[in-house]
Design a protein around this ligand. Structure first.
Ligand code: ADP
Ligand code: MG
Length: 259
């Protein structure tokens, strides 16, 4: 059996105030697979992502990342992470923001320069290496954050509403870029979003969660074989959107395969 990128087993999370954020959540993600988490605000999407990233601990259950404990995976930087806010350092240029994880990991300067060049090329920012974050648009800043997350060639990207603050056109472009980047880097992606079309467009599987306590209601498999700009207009795309929406609202799903 191939090792999974992520295995979440019967994870529960109760916060000190007695808030049950997650209850009995189980999920396995294959290498290279793109999985979205969708659900109403407060259903525990960010909490689940933070637990996978070892930024928070589960109250019960266990998480492994490429066969390691979440803690070990964090220490070995097995994943990259990107949030809604790009979180760049204003006083550093684009290239030195992207190279920061390499610097922290004491990668020699020449190797670092080479890798940063590759990454900027991957996210389409080669001409902006010397600029500062304040000189870039929101979409470009988010690209820098993604390049930084990929710096150490992780097999897993954890993303929490990374395009939530972008306008619709930039967002669609970023979605296409992310699909290409994920494919080129063979990384698995766990992607938190509020947007049903975004989840359907990007994902191999959409995990639908319910609020209070947060649990997985259903997992819908999306056929991604014909994914391209035109597929946003296709009948299959709209029927998958309807299926996810029906699941979110607790209605029965017929039009897509359940797994
Ligand atoms: P989502 O990302 O789906 O909007 P969150 O994972 O942020 O939801 O939050 C899930 C639930 O846990 C919410 O009810 C939230 O208020 C609660 N919560 C999140 N973080 C904390 C915390 N540090 N302390 C107490 N409650 C929290
Ligand atoms: Mg959240």
């Amino acid at each position: 059996m191939t090792e999974h990128a992520v295995v979440v087993e019967n994870v529960g999370k109760t916060f000190d105030a007695g808030v049950i954020a997650l209850e009995d959540v189980s999920l396995a993600i294959a290498p290279g697979e793109f999985v979205s988490l969708i659900g109403p605000s407060g259903c525990g999407k960010s909490t689940l992502l933070r637990i996978i990233a070892d930024l928070d601990r589960p109250t019960s259950g266990a998480v492994s990342v490429f066969g390691l404990t979440a803690r070990q995976a964090r220490i070995e930087q097995k994943y990259g992470i990107a949030f809604q806010q790009a979180g760049l350092l204003d006083w550093r240029t684009v290239q030195s923001n992207v190279g920061l994880p390499l610097e922290l990991h004491k990668v020699p300067k020449r190797e670092r320069t080479e890798r940063v060049r590759e990454l900027l090329d991957l996210v389409g920012l080669s001409d902006f290496a010397e600029k500062f974050p304040s000189q870039l648009s929101g979409g470009m800043q988010q690209r820098v954050a993604i390049a930084r997350a990929l710096a150490r060639t992780p097999g897993l990207l954890l993303m929490d509403e990374p395009f939530g603050a972008l306008d619709e056109m930039t967002r669609e472009k970023m979605q296409n870029d992310l699909l290409r980047i994920a494919e080129e880097s063979s990384a698995a992606v766990v992607f938190v979003t509020h947007s049903i079309p975004e989840a359907v467009y990007l994902s191999d599987r959409v995990v639908v969660m319910s609020a209070r306590p947060g649990r997985i209601v259903d997992t819908l498999t999306i056929d991604r074989s014909e994914r391209n700009g035109d597929s946003r207009e296709s009948a299959e795309f709209f029927s998958s959107i309807t299926a996810v929406r029906d699941t979110l609202h607790g209605r029965t799903v017929r039009s897509v395969e359940l797994s």
